[in-house]
Design a protein around this ligand. Structure first.
Ligand SMILES: [Zn+2]
Length: 525
């Protein structure tokens, strides 16, 4: 947990340095993390299970919805659908040998209805990030499925009170499964081998009836999730909403129901989905790397790490930090690899600590151009210390992808040690932190300031230096207030630069993970 690791480092520093931090830091961070209230699990099947309405938790700072002017307003939860979705994931794994992707809301619908468009979904602005996180997790799963298998299915689990024994289908009368129908014909939606047909085969009554082309019940015909993430507007992931009666989902029945739905999904997959039999995901190119179950948002990310001239020994430390992140595969890159087009296979590039000039000169004009083109077209860039000098727009050898100049250039060797940084409002949002100040290892990174170049987007300040190091003749008072962490865009790509070293600070390693998730390739597939 990022919040805990930050806390640990803050406490440790507070103890060591006698510094005093705002109380309640831990509670706020814990309580406000969307990760705590949204269950997300990566899978190894081209199937996503979602359940937006089964949660029971309140969202701190978010008031209950009143629903004024909201079409089809509802705030009653679909009880037990959260548990059913988990059981279904287990049953699918038991039968098919692999798990589906899972996204389950743990918050109660009274505070946020994740199955509505944003303006109808919540009333407190504090709920927005939970809403966005929920749908981003689904989008990420969807993108990964397309990358790994080319196509897939989303099944959105709900509860209805109209008939306790029945499952209603919701696909906007086939719109959210447009791709499936185009590819396999209408039977894939309505016939015996359709998902509902196979549920009926398991003994569960379904509406519309198998083989009929009657319209779906307008109360259960598919909501925001299937409309947004299904194939209505193109794409190759089909989405089906299932509305289960209470006697199918209560605690007595949900094991058996999960089993039956898993049987239906297995048979459906064998006929209509790729990669669900013996095609192991390891055989697929995009699945290489050490991906495991965990935080979905970064799964299968291909990170390039510069390890050539100008990279210091600290790159080993960075490698070991990266190796602990789930779903991140690292490719070591020489300047030659970059010049010869290797970046095209990657989601982002990290330039590590060392010498900015050393890296820039060794890359040469061609290498630097290759990086600029990569970021411009949507690739991500993270610069740490020397990598931040490299990204700046201040040297003959710099990349000019961050609109930053470097202050007091002549005293670059101002010393190493622990400094305090203060996180800006934008930074708090980006880091998911609530305040404030952090201690971090510093090793002669750049003192960044806005470069005011008309041809590069202005950067956003994530953190500024609150204390300074001024050795070797460096004047005092210059470092304080300069930018310690900057976040910018260059063309379609995103750039994050750290002057200090989160990867060398106990407890702040997760900052690198957040940066990876933030800058990962932006071009959609
Ligand atoms: Zn529902």
């Amino acid at each position: 947990m990022f919040s805990m690791t930050i806390l640990r480092s803050v406490l440790r520093v507070a103890l060591l340095g006698g510094a005093c931090f705002a109380s309640g830091f831990e509670e706020k961070l814990e309580a406000q993390s969307p990760k705590e209230l949204i269950f997300v699990e990566a899978g190894d099947l081209p199937i996503i299970l979602t359940a937006p309405h089964g949660g029971s938790e309140s969202i701190p700072g978010v008031s209950k919805r009143l629903g004024k002017g909201v079409d089809k307003f509802a705030s009653v939860s679909d009880v037990y659908t959260d548990k059913l979705a988990k059981k279904l994931a287990d049953a699918i794994e038991a039968k098919m040998g692999n798990r589906p992707y899972v996204v389950i809301a743990r918050f109660h619908r009274q505070y946020l209805d994740a199955n509505r468009r944003a303006r109808d979904a919540y009333e407190s602005p504090e709920a927005e990030e939970f809403y966005e996180t929920y749908h981003q997790a689904i989008s990420d799963a969807r993108s990964e499925i397309i990358r790994r298998w080319g196509r897939g299915a989303l099944i959105d689990i709900h509860g209805q009170a109209a008939d306790p024994k029945v499952i209603f289908r919701g696909t906007q009368n086939g719109k959210t499964t447009k791709h499936l129908i185009t590819r396999y014909g209408i039977d894939a939606l309505q016939g015996e081998s359709s998902l509902l047909g196979l549920l009926a085969k398991q003994g569960i009554p379904v509406i519309p009836a198998v083989g009929s082309s009657e319209h779906e019940n307008p109360s259960f015909d598919g909501g925001y999730t299937v409309i947004t993430h299904g194939s209505s507007d193109g794409g190759t992931v089909d989405a089906i909403q299932l509305e289960l009666g209470l006697s199918l989902r209560d605690l007595k029945a949900n094991g058996e129901t999960a089993d039956k739905i898993a049987n239906a999904i297995q048979e459906f997959s064998a006929k209509y989905l790729p990669g669900t039999e013996k095609q192991s995901p390891q055989d697929l190119p995009a699945a290489k790397g050490n991906r495991t179950t965990g935080d979905l948002s970064g799964n299968g990310l291909r990170v390039g790490l510069y390890v050539d001239e100008g990279a210091s020994a600290s790159v080993e430390n960075l490698l070991s930090v990266l190796s602990k992140f789930d779903g991140v595969s690292v490719t070591k890159l020489k300047a030659d690899d970059i010049r010869s087009g290797k970046l095209a296979e990657l989601d982002l590039l990290i330039q590590p600590g060392g010498s900015g000039g050393g890296q820039g000169r060794h890359l040469g004009e061609d290498g630097r151009d290759a990086i600029r083109r990569f970021v411009k077209s949507g690739g991500g860039f993270i610069g740490i210390c020397a990598g931040a000098y490299l990204a700046s727009a201040d040297y003959s050898w710099s990349l000019n992808i961050l609109d930053a100049k470097v202050l007091d250039r002549q005293h670059w060797n101002r010393g190493k040690g622990t400094v305090e940084i203060s996180i800006t409002d934008a930074g708090r949002k980006f880091l998911g932190a609530n305040d404030n100040k952090l201690s971090i290892h510093y090793a002669q990174g750049p003192l960044l300031a806005p470069g005011n170049r008309p041809d590069i987007e202005d950067y956003e300040t994530v953190a500024t230096f609150e204390t300074e190091i001024a050795k070797n003749g460096a004047p005092e008072g210059v470092m304080k207030g300069t930018t310690a962490i900057a976040k910018g865009t260059f063309g379609n790509g995103r750039v994050i630069c750290f002057s200090p070293h989160p990867e060398m600070t106990d407890g702040l390693e997760q900052m690198v993970r957040l940066a990876i998730d933030h800058v990962k390739r932006q071009k959609s597939e």
